[in-house]
Design a protein around this ligand. Structure first.
Ligand code: TYD
Ligand code: MG
Length: 466
């Protein structure tokens, strides 16, 4: 009788495993993400272990920490200071870093550029591509520049061949582009299936720990369940970076969502150019470029990305609704938060927001949901509603509560300092942030306690245009 292949169900979003199909994943609450896959065979995981069992290190003995040699962590620079910062000060030797992102966002490009500069600094690097041919890689490399011979390339999707080459060559760094194309014949399931990529990552992880090769894995984020996304690997690797951004806008944000060797609050900002990615060392300037002057509905606010202040422009367009039900739309910020703020404006300031449509946009295509943006959003809405422009050299930040009170936010000093650096001369902020705050020279601080005090901040209303 033919042996029946045992299957289990995995959530393609978070990797949760279940014996039966479920409409909603009980772990991450996503709908329709369960996909059927062959159950991981014990033999597959054992394959690498078996290869090792001949060596003395087959079974390790438990040791107390005092017996562990403290060598500190060895880090190397990737050649991009933005990428180094997101990694917590460079890549840690022997670690495994997962770089996720939508297809076409620039994952291969950034890794090729980083590999190029690390090879120039003297590291032996192996770039293993399962997606592109050597000719295609060469075409990309041509746009980026000459590469050193220490950076070598291999086109391979067979994981057993890849591990054999890595064990033989022992490069300092290996790039796997992408983990979804790696396939091991010893594991059941088609290439890109959850079983395959989990096993492939497991095998590479053990290899990384044994040989001290640093790994960069590329993982495509996919919406459909046919190819498993990088989220199913997050718990296995040392650091997870996501490359985000609008494919049609030129800038990209590199965000760390997990990092065993650094903070997860850091972002790096890059711009895609004709010759690869370049760093954007001054993101505030980047996000404020092209800002309209003296226009109603445009307000500059400050949000924090980790320890980094970022000045952003909030735009609002408020116009009378033509239908019984007002339209609300928000791009780049939380829709529910915008609805809540509009309800607060209606109730606390007595403005009939329910007969107005409102569109909110964070310029530059960035996404931010920090509560410190509240006051900026409220002021942009009021400014558009009254057709009254806000002072061009003013920034606004603060959280707004349901009673219309303006509440304190963290790191007020850093936000004010960034505004000062960018040439702003006044700042509207929560009154409770004033303690321990030092105003930089030439910066006027305007503390507010509630929304009712915002009236004085707005310029005189222009004649109704609409
Ligand atoms: P790529 O790194 O191939 O994306 P991923 O590996 O994440 O799928 O990036 C592809 C996009 O980047 C493609 O649309 C072309 C663009 N690009 C540039 O604009 N300039 C360049 O120098 C390079 C190499 C790519
Ligand atoms: Mg690619």
């Amino acid at each position: 009788m033919a042996k029946k292949i045992k299957t289990v169900f995995f959530c393609s979003s978070c990797g949760h495993e279940s014996a039966k199909w479920l409409g909603q994943c009980p772990a991450c609450r996503e709908w329709n993400t369960m996909v059927e896959a062959p159950a991981p065979a014990a033999a597959a995981g054992a394959a690498y272990g078996a290869a090792r069992s001949g060596t003395a290190a087959a079974y390790r003995k438990p040791v107390p920490l005092s017996a562990v040699e403290d060598t500190g962590e060895e880090r190397f620079s990737t050649g991009f200071s933005e990428l180094d910062r997101v990694l917590g000060g460079g890549a840690v030797a022997g670690s495994m870093i997962l770089l996720g992102g939508d297809p076409g966002i620039g994952k291969s490009t950034i890794l090729l550029q980083a590999a190029r500069s690390m090879a120039a600094a003297g590291l032996e690097i192996l770039y293993i591509s399962g997606e592109e041919s050597l000719r295609q890689i060469k075409m990309r490399a041509k746009r980026i520049g000459e590469t050193s011979d220490r950076l070598r390339f291999l086109c391979e999707t067979d994981l057993d061949a890849v591990t054999a080459v890595l064990q033989e060559e022992k490069p300092a760094l290996a790039i796997i582009d992408s983990i979804q194309t790696m396939y091991s014949a010893q594991v059941q399931g088609s290439p890109g299936s959850i079983t395959q990529i989990r096993e492939a990552t497991g095998i590479l992880l053990r290899l990384a720990k044994d040989t001290a090769i640093t790994f960069f894995l590329v993982g495509h984020v996919t919406k459909e369940g046919s190819v498993a996304g990088p989220r199913v690997l997050e718990h296995m690797v040392d650091a997870v970076l996501y490359f985000e951004g609008d494919r049609y806008a030129s800038y990209r944000i590199l965000r760390s969502v997990k990092n065993r060797f650094g903070s997860t609050n850091e972002i790096g900002i890059f711009e895609m150019r004709g010759s690869g990615l370049t760093q954007v060392p001054n993101p505030s300037e980047f996000f404020l470029s092209g800002r309209p002057h003296d226009a109603g509905g445009s307000v500059v606010t400050c949000s924090m990305e980790g320890t980094r202040p970022l000045l952003l422009e909030v735009q609002a367009l408020v116009c009378r609704t033509n239908y019984g039900y007002p339209r609300r739309q928000s791009t780049g910020t939380d829709y529910n938060r915008v609805s809540l703020l509009m309800a607060v404006i209606e109730k606390r300031l007595g403005i009939p927001m329910s007969s107005f449509d409102a569109y909110i946009n964070l310029a530059g295509g960035i996404r931010q949901t920090e509560p410190a943006l509240d006051l900026g959003i409220v002021l942009a809405i009021l400014s558009s509603f009254r057709n009254a422009p806000v002072d061009d050299h003013m920034i606004v930040f603060g959280e707004v509560g349901l009673s219309g009170e303006v509440r304190a936010v963290s790191m007020a000093q850093a936000r004010v300092q960034e505004a000062h650096k960018m040439g702003f001369t006044s700042c509207v902020l929560p009154h409770s942030c004033m303690r321990r705050l030092e105003a930089p020279e030439g910066m006027r601080l305007i503390p507010v306690r509630s929304l009712a005090e915002l009236g004085e901040v707005l310029g005189p209303a222009e004649k109704e245009k609409n």
